[in-house]
Design a protein around this ligand. Structure first.
Ligand code: FES
Length: 336
């Protein structure tokens, strides 16, 4: 007998598992992802600490312990343990690729937001809303979500990033200074679980604060191209009007009849169309059939997760985390 999360369990018992129909075995209390990988089963993963969401799976049948994720029956397979025979499903995602690139353009969209255009040596497959790791030569790797230009135009570059420049950041602050057009970099990815799904959800609620707009814009454009037309509530938060770096893209999106746009700023706005508060203050009443996509700070995502959980809806979110420093060693996500 062993104790897992305070529960006494018999680790000797063998269980049969299937993941997308591929069979493998595990013992009671073993971490599902570990069992899969040890038996050579291809199971999407990255961080293996419950943060990146790459290993998200749905429990179709069976009982698991720990590793619960937002959404009906969803688990992080890198954290969840098997307590019975299990049937799991996960989405097929593009494999992790490694691609060389160079900076093709650098455009300031706000005083602290720089848009980076990248030219790649070859195509990188990813799903709208996923993120990749970008290692500019001579700098540590950072994670950003590929997106489109913030002014709503079509990109001439192979990938576009929206980067918030953080005063003490190692990489973000070097963009436009030590990192100029022509600077070489290596891209690895894609990662993350907050990609657009054409599920049975009948309304999309998209929530972004700051440069969280980047992945949310990718998800939104994928949804608009989808043949299953759904109403969309788009909630955008910013510190103040000046930091609404995506204002022209928003004014284009606001003309789409299927989109209800809500813009909120922390500072009292000068215009009535902009509301005063945080995005969480302006979420619509959530329904179990909603698909909620959110990108922003961990605190915002936590608050949204509570509301989504209470409503029984599905949440797709990869929180932005500060970059690793000597004082913390968290996974980097689109920051600094
Ligand atoms: S591999 Fe499980 S959350 Fe990252």
């Amino acid at each position: 007998m062993a104790s897992v999360n305070g529960q006494r369990i018999n680790m000797a018992k063998l269980h049969l598992m299937t993941a997308n129909g591929v069979a493998f075995s595990t013992r009671t209390g073993e971490v599902i992802l570990d069992s899969a990988l040890m038996q050579g089963i291809e199971f999407p993963h990255d961080c293996r600490v419950g943060r990146c969401g790459s290993c998200l799976a749905r429990v179709v049948n069976g009982v698991t312990l720990g590793g619960n994720a937002a959404g009906r029956g969803m688990i992080h397979a890198c954290q969840a343990r098997a307590l019975s025979d299990l049937e799991l499903e996960f989405d097929h995602q593009p494999p992790v690729q490694s691609v060389n690139a160079q900076v093709a353009s650098l455009i300031y969209r706000a005083s602290d937001v720089i848009e980076v255009g990248l030219k790649l040596t070859h195509r990188l497959d990813y799903l709208p809303g996923q993120y990749c790791s970008f290692k500019f030569r001579g700098f540590p790797a950072r994670s950003f979500s590929p997106t489109l230009p913030a002014d709503g135009s079509h990109s001439e570059n192979d990938l576009t990033l929206h980067v918030k420049q953080v005063r003490n950041g190692r990489v973000s602050i070097a963009l436009g200074r030590d990192i100029q057009v022509g600077h070489k970099l290596k891209i690895e990815g894609p990662f993350g679980s907050a990609y657009y799904r054409d599920d049975s959800e009948d309304r999309l609620v998209l929530v972004a604060s700051g440069t969280g707009f980047a992945p949310i814009l990718s998800v939104l454009l994928a949804a608009l191209e989808d043949s299953h037309k759904k109403p969309i509530v788009l909630v955008i938060g910013a510190r103040n009007l000046k930091s609404l770096y995506m204002a022209s893209a928003l004014s284009d999106l606001n003309r789409r009849p299927e989109i209800q746009l809500i813009v909120a700023t922390n500072e009292p706005p000068r215009y009535k169309v902009v509301r005063h508060g945080a995005p969480i203050d302006f979420l619509p009443a959530l329904r179990p059939t909603d698909g909620v996509y959110a990108a922003g700070s961990p605190a915002m995502i936590d608050e949204i997760a509570r509301k989504v959980g209470a409503a029984g809806a599905n949440l797709y979110a990869d929180p932005f985390e500060p970059a690793a420093t000597p004082a913390n060693n968290w996974l980097t996500r689109n920051f600094a």
